[in-house]
Structure formats: structure tokens, C-alpha cells
Design a protein around this ligand. Sequence first.
Ligand SMILES: Cc1ncc(C[n+]2csc(CCOP(=O)(O)OP(=O)(O)O)c2C)c(N)n1
Ligand code: SF4
Ligand SMILES: [Mg+2]
Length: 316
Amino acid sequence: MANNISDYKTDIHNDWCAGCGDFGILNSIQMALCELNIANHNAVIFSGIGCSGKTPHFINTYGIHTIHGRVLPFAQGAKISNPQITVIALGGDGDGLGIGAGHFVAAGRRNVDMTYIIFNNGVYGLTKGQPSPTLSQGIKTKNSINKNINCSINPIELAIVTGFTFVARGHSFDIQHLKNLIISAISHKGLSFIDVIQPCPTYNDDMHTVNSANTFSSQSYYKLNQSTYDPIISDRDNKLTQYEKLNKILIKSHEFGHKIPIGVFYQNNIISSYQDRLNDITISHKNISPASTKISDSNHNPSTDISNLIDEIILK
Ligand SMILES: Cc1ncc(C[n+]2csc(CCOP(=O)(O)OP(=O)(O)O)c2C)c(N)n1
Ligand code: SF4
Ligand SMILES: [Mg+2]
């Protein structure tokens, strides 16, 4: 079993630009897998298309570089088929909140027990820096002639209202903090989401705010502190308390100005996971997933006779 950070690295050539925030996110994921001591063969990293989509190539686990905007269906399918594995889906802000926005919303309704990480740089990095759905209105990126006239999506708020049950924000330059967020997200039972703010020095190092934060500093970011901010909704809270807490959490999700909060915004321990709901309706198959179903006996003979089916297909 792997327990050294080098066990989670690969030799594949990495062509990300110097200074790209993707490096910090990659390191945080490797450190989290190492600290949780997850065996290489028990983790699968899925990605969409973009600069960020290359990440699974650099992590020594199973990795699947899928298609643009479709990372969540692939990843959810894998986790439902084999609940024993650790599944991480990742991709860009364009991938997840532009073309993939429908899947983002649908995933929230299911609450499959896995983690989704968005690399949020405000641009479509791979295709030369067009504004992405998270770019704030009024920001001009390096490749655009005018300021962005669209309003931006708030990924934290969207994740909460669509049903993700663990929602956090990190920064690619605070690797230790991000590593701890990823550990908490993987450990949470249900669908967890981390919005990671990262510079794209080639096309958008102004990030999201005017005059802000092309570097990570205590002037521009602060850490949510659980002694003054409570992100957890549990069955110890009555309905009224749950609504009051949710209200405060949604207000917090709108704080995105000169000081941007990072940390855990929301953790709901009440909503059941997709696997629990599945087990409830398939009592006779409880805890039997497709991946654990035997397909052959000890003599390697198939357990199911499909000859009739094959005959039918051939006859057609
Ligand atoms: C169906 C489809 N449409 C468009 C593209 C072109 N395309 C590739 S990556 C990308 C956007 C990448 O931006 P983002 O998801 O933010 O990732 P980043 O490169 O910033 O990490 C686009 C539009 C594509 N590959 N497939
Ligand atoms: S274009 Fe931007 S996001 Fe892509 S590798 Fe370069 S710096 Fe990173
Ligand atoms: Mg992007």
C-alpha cells in the first residue's frame, strides 16, 4: 500500500505554464491521498477537458480523462458500480459550470459519495483565455477586448442549493489548507464540492476581483473559523435552526469582495447518500454492487448463461 507522496506521482511530462495554479491543486490532491493512505488501485480520478483536465495523467491512481462537461456522469457511474473505491472528479470552471452545468445540478440531487473539485481560474485556459462562467462582471482578461458584461455564477451557492452536502473553497497557493479540505471532502459521506481559486498567469492573473489578489495574501483572503462560523447542519438541529443556519451560510457564500473567505462553507449530515437510498429500494440486493457481483465460478465458467441472448442477437 502506498504511503509516500512519491508513490502518487507519475513520470508523465507536464506542460502547464510556469506559475499556473494547477500545480498547487495537483500537489494538494497527491498529499491528501497520501495522508489518507489510500492505495493507488483503490482511487480513480476523473477529469473533463481543459488545462485542468490533464491532472489525472500526473497522479498514480486509475485515471480517466473524459469529455468536455461530462466528468460527473462518468465519476458517479464508477462510484455507484463500485462503492468501495475513492472517486474524485475534477475539471475547469468552464467544463463544470458552462457546458457541464446541467450535470452539476443533477449531481446535487443524487448526493453520490464522491468528491468534485473545480479549478476556478475565470477563463477557458486551454482554448486561449475566453471568459468563463465564474468571471466577475466588469473584469477584462488578457485576451478580451472589452470588460466582461455577463454576471458570474457563484459556485458555492449553486452547489448548496442543488444538493451537494459538503461545500468548500480553497486556494491553489495555500496547499496545506487545500490538502486538509480535500481530506475532509473525501471523508464526508455524500457529494462534496471544492471550488479552488487558481491563477492562470497566461490569461487571467487578476483572478476575479478588480485590483485583487493575483497572489494569495492575508489582505485578500481569510480562513473561515469554525468557532465563529458554523457550517454544519445535523439532526441535532431542529427545523427552525436548520433554516436559520442555512440562511447564514447562503449569506456567507455571497461574500466575495476585497476579503474572500476560504474553508468549509456548508456540511449537511442529514441528507441521505445515493447509495443509502439505493440500498433502501433494493433490499434483496443490499450492498451488492455491480463490481462485487461474481461473473464466473472457481473454474472460470460464466455464472450466467447468456447463450439465448447471443442467439437472439445473432439471429437478428
Ligand atoms: C464539446 C466541446 N466543446 C468545446 C470544446 C473546446 N474546449 C476545450 S477545453 C474548453 C474550455 C476549458 O476551460 P475550463 O474548463 O475552464 O478549463 P481550464 O483550461 O481553464 O483548466 C473548451 C471550450 C471541446 N473540447 N468539446
Ligand atoms: S493557460 Fe492558464 S490554466 Fe492553462 S496551463 Fe497555462 S496558466 Fe495554467
Ligand atoms: Mg478555467
